[in-house]
Design a protein around this ligand. Structure first.
Ligand code: OOG
Ligand code: NI
Length: 307
């Protein structure tokens, strides 16, 4: 059976619904922020929230990583765009342009596993070696239920608490992925199309803090690109109760919520606000911003969640 571009977008929307449902369950901030926005009259219903992008984290090992996960989204018509490097965090990332302008961009990062210490790399391989062929190749990507099941299914055995902690001591990203796998890492609320008083990151952060939401302050609460046109902020990741091998339970970092303001490009700065569309605004991502947003799940930030 051949599928058309429209079919594939419809299938992707089902996959996205499945991701967002698990994400809302794991991150109470998502609904709490939407409700606060409705109560304050910023929007009249949560489905008016614009999703700037969603993000995934992966392990850079054979059969997994960006080259495996991206196949799903390329199939639905997403296009790979710029690459970003994070030498200190030992991460690489790409962003993907959506097949329809109202769909979120996708940001996928990957841990450079072999750049870690031999001990940490060996721990990761002891889990990921269970994957002996690219699992995405085995999927029928036109079957939304199959893809949904795959994104939320364990890829390797349940980690031990000792391995989780050893990984976290060297790479908090590694520890996050060994437990959380392909659960959505965050979705991102577009703020620039909201009413005046909420349509800048500074104003939206103030609204969030008035309502008691905790923001990631790594490098400052507002992350600004060098061109001044991409401004981002994020909440501190929600702590989740996680069951480790042997039934041990511990609280670890889950997922978080991000906020983005994309300012008009200079050549469109004269346009009245209602004429500004996505293509008139700053596109893509910014390594300097992303570097600090990653820390939304790091213990230096999540301490603010543990009372
Ligand atoms: C992704 C951090 C980067 C952005 O928008 O630049 C990011 C992550 O925490 O996995 O989301
Ligand atoms: Ni992001």
């Amino acid at each position: 059976m051949t599928t058309t571009t429209t079919d594939r977008i419809r299938i992707f929307e089902q996959v996205l619904d499945g991701l967002m449902r698990r994400y809302r369950e794991r991150v109470p901030d998502v609904s709490a922020i939407a409700q606060a926005m409705v109560r304050e009259g910023i929007i009249t219903s949560p489905d008016q929230i614009e999703n700037d992008h969603i993000a995934f984290r992966t392990m850079g090992v054979p059969h997994l990583g960006i080259r495996s996960l991206e196949k799903i989204f390329l199939h639905y018509g997403y296009e790979r765009r710029d690459r970003y490097h994070f030498p200190a965090k030992k991460l690489d990332a790409f962003w993907y342009h959506p097949p329809r302008p109202d769909l979120p961009r996708i940001f996928i990062s990957e841990l450079r596993v072999n750049d870690l210490s031999p001990e940490a790399a060996a721990i990761i391989h002891s889990y990921t070696d269970e994957v002996t062929s690219d699992p995405v190749d085995a999927l029928d990507l036109d079957d939304a239920a199959q893809v949904d099941e795959f994104l939320h299914r364990p890829l390797w055995r349940l980690p031990t608490w000792a391995d989780y902690q050893r990984l976290a001591a060297e790479s908090e990203y590694a520890a996050w992925v060994i437990y959380n796998r392909y659960y959505l890492n965050h979705f991102t609320i577009t703020v620039h199309n909201l009413p005046t008083g909420y349509n800048t990151i500074a104003d939206f952060n103030a609204f969030l803090e008035r309502h008691g939401f905790k923001l990631n302050d790594a490098g400052g609460k507002i992350k600004v690109s060098p061109d001044g046109k991409l401004l981002q902020s994020s909440t501190v990741a929600e702590m989740i109760w996680a069951e480790f091998a042997g039934g041990e339970r511990h609280q670890i970092a889950g997922s978080y919520v991000e906020f983005a303001e994309r300012r008009p490009l200079d050549e469109f700065a004269h346009l009245p606000p209602h004429e500004l569309r996505r293509e008139h605004r700053r596109e893509g991502f910014e390594a300097g911003n992303a570097d600090k947003i990653f820390e939304s799940t790091y213990s230096t930030q999540t301490v603010k969640r543990t009372h």
